[in-house]
Every structure is written in structure tokens, then in C-alpha cells.
Design a protein around this ligand. Structure first.
Ligand SMILES: C[S@@+](CC[C@H](N)C(=O)[O-])C[C@H]1O[C@@H](n2cnc3c(N)ncnc32)[C@H](O)[C@@H]1O
Length: 302
């Protein structure tokens, strides 16, 4: 694995403006650089197993950055997200081996390079550590698998761990990560390849994780309502999503944070705690004026 400065040099050589931004983030956000070092070390055996070189990881990340830039430019002109509907996202992204693999590798790395992703990831890690006990856990839309790995590391007492994802490729990547990095935990996981709206486990969970999925579904209230019924009476759910965040597989456009809160409320959830994270260091007026990405994360109870 590269040292952090080698990785930053590589990104700067291939995308100078973005490389500069990453270097600024790593220098200014407390803990980010150390967590990046730990991530690169932890990810190495998974990458070796998949014969993924670190330059390939960096290239996958840059592909994602370029896709997002293109989607943003288009969004500024049209006001629309690139994918027409879920069918198109399934065909062009979730079931496309190369596109999905690059996207998930890039997204994994972005947790340690982007301030707003790092903040949401840190919110998740700190909140799950505060929960005294988790016996049955569900993750919806695991993607790269890092949230699942953190949940199972923080809570070795988990007895049932279910993972549902519409993409077989996400499930494969996450399974491979867990098998290499946390083999005991991996053996107990039930992997379900399906749309969350069809998921009927016949049991309830004391913790549900659903990071960055709501903007991928046609009817977020329907998805949240189903999950509200899958929580135990004292259960909690972590949810994150975003407003004004065009990318290749986003289909549900939240226009504001308040719209996200209203959606959560309509599905029967109460917001226990939340974190609102703008993607850029600009004023609230400019965020709204330029319709820039805002991430939203919360801990919910039903
Ligand atoms: C952007 S990734 C999120 C990865 C990770 N949870 C995070 O927060 O960074 C979205 C994931 O949700 C999955 N997904 C999208 N729509 C879904 C649906 N209707 N049911 C289940 N999984 C879905 C995708 O396949 C992908 O793995």
C-alpha cells in the first residue's frame, strides 16, 4: 500500500485541482489522516485477494470524482439527476461489474478523503459505539462494506447480521472484505440479494444501518415505513442521505434538509439526533443558491 503522501501525489498528478483539495482536507481535519492510514492498512489484504493494486484504487476514486463532476455540471443546467429511474440504475450501475466495482472502491476511499463523507462516517462510528448491546443487526445497501465492518467490530456480541443489497456486486465486495478482515463475523452473515422493498426477514432488529440508499429508491417513505416495522421497540436506525446530490445512480431528488426530515417523519420515525453536513465550505445562502450537495445523517427510533 502507498504511504499517504504517495497517494496524494498520485491524485495530484492525475487531477491537480482535486489533489490540492484532498491535501487540504487531510491537513485540516482532525483524525482524517490517521484514519486514512488505518484504512489503507486494513484494506490491503482485501485488495491483495482481489488483485487490486493501489493505483487501481486511486483510479477508481478519480473515475467517481469525474462522474460526479459531470453529473453536477449537467444538474446545474437541467436541475435533474442523470439516471431516469431505478431500472436504469440497476442496468447501468448496480449490475455492471466494472462500473459498480470502481464506484464502490472509490466511495470507500472517499470516506477518508472528503470532509463531508468523513464526518458522516465518524458520526456513525461514534454513535454505534455508544449503544450498549446489539444482538440482531440489519444493513441495507452495504455498498463497500465499511459500515458493516465497523458495526461488527464494535459489537462482537451480534448474533444475527443480515445484509440486503440490490447489487450482487456490492454484496460480493463486502463479503470478500469481511471474509478477509473479519472472518468469524463474516461466517454468521446472511447475504440477501434483493430490493429492500421486497425484503421480508420474519424477525426484527435492534439496529438497522442504511447509509446513502434513500436517494437511490423511487419511494423513500415506502422503504422507511417497512424498516420502521422491522425495529424492536427499543431499536435504533442510522440513516444517511443527501439533498441536491446528482450522481450516476441517484434517482430521488431531495431538494432540502427539511424535505428529508419530513420524509422520515411521514414514515413514522422520530429523529433522535442528526448531523447536517454541507459538501463545501460556503454560506447557507450559497449552498441553496447553487444547489450544492448537503449530506444528512441521523439516528432514528420508530
Ligand atoms: C451509495 S451505496 C452506499 C454504500 C454505504 N452504505 C455508504 O453509506 O457509503 C448504495 C448502496 O445501496 C444499494 N441499493 C440501492 N438501491 C437499493 C435497494 N432498492 N435495495 C437494496 N439496496 C439498494 C446499492 O446497490 C449500493 O450498494
Amino acid at each position: 500500500m502507498p504511504r499517504v503522501d504517495e497517494l496524494v501525489d498520485y491524485l495530484s498528478a492525475h487531477h491537480p485541482r482535486h489533489g490540492e483539495k484532498v491535501a487540504r482536507n487531510l491537513a485540516s481535519v482532525a483524525g482524517m489522516k490517521d484514519d486514512l492510514v488505518m484504512f489503507l492498512e486494513r484494506y490491503q489484504p482485501f485488495m491483495e485477494r482481489g488483485q487490486i493494486g493501489w493505483e487501481q484504487l486511486a483510479d477508481a476514486y478519480l473515475t467517481m470524482v469525474n462522474q460526479m463532476t459531470a453529473a453536477r455540471l449537467d444538474f446545474m443546467r437541467s436541475g435533474k439527476y442523470p439516471a431516469e429511474d431505478q431500472t436504469q440504475a440497476v442496468q447501468d450501475v448496480y449490475s455492471h461489474e466494472q462500473v459498480m466495482t470502481e464506484y464502490m472502491l472509490g466511495l470507500a476511499l472517499s470516506q477518508f478523503l472528503w470532509k463531508h463523507h468523513y464526518q458522516v462516517y465518524s458520526f456513525y462510528r461514534s454513535r454505534i459505539r455508544r449503544i450498549p448491546q446489539v444482538t440482531a443487526a440489519l444493513e441495507v445497501g452495504t455498498g463497500h462494506g465499511l459500515f458493516l465492518l465497523d458495526m461488527l467490530t464494535a459489537h462482537p456480541e451480534v448474533r444475527t447480521s443480515d445484509v440486503v443489497d440490490i447489487s450482487d456486486i456490492s454484496l460480493g465486495l463486502t463479503k470478500s472484505l469481511l471474509q478477509v478482515v473479519a472472518p468469524d463475523a463474516a461466517r454468521a452473515i446472511r447475504w440477501v440479494h434483493d430490493d429492500v422493498v421486497r425484503f421480508e426477514p420474519g424477525m426484527s432488529y435492534d439496529f438497522i444501518t442504511m447509509g446513502e440508499v434513500l436517494e437511490h429508491v423511487p419511494d423513500p417513505v415506502r422503504v422507511l415505513s417497512r424498516l420502521a416495522h422491522l425495529l424492536t421497540p427499543t431499536g435504533r436506525m442510522f440513516v444517511s442521505t443527501c439533498a441536491n446530490c446528482p450522481t450516476i445512480d441517484h434517482i430521488y431528488h431531495f431538494h432540502s434538509v427539511q424535505e428529508i426530515r419530513d420524509t422520515i417523519g411521514r414514515a413514522g420515525f422520530h429523529i433522535e439526533e442528526e448531523d447536517v453536513v454541507p459538501s463545501e465550505d460556503v454560506s447557507a445562502e450559497d449552498l441553496e443558491r447553487y444547489r450544492l450537495d448537503i449530506l444528512y445523517a441521523a439516528i432514528l427510533r420508530a
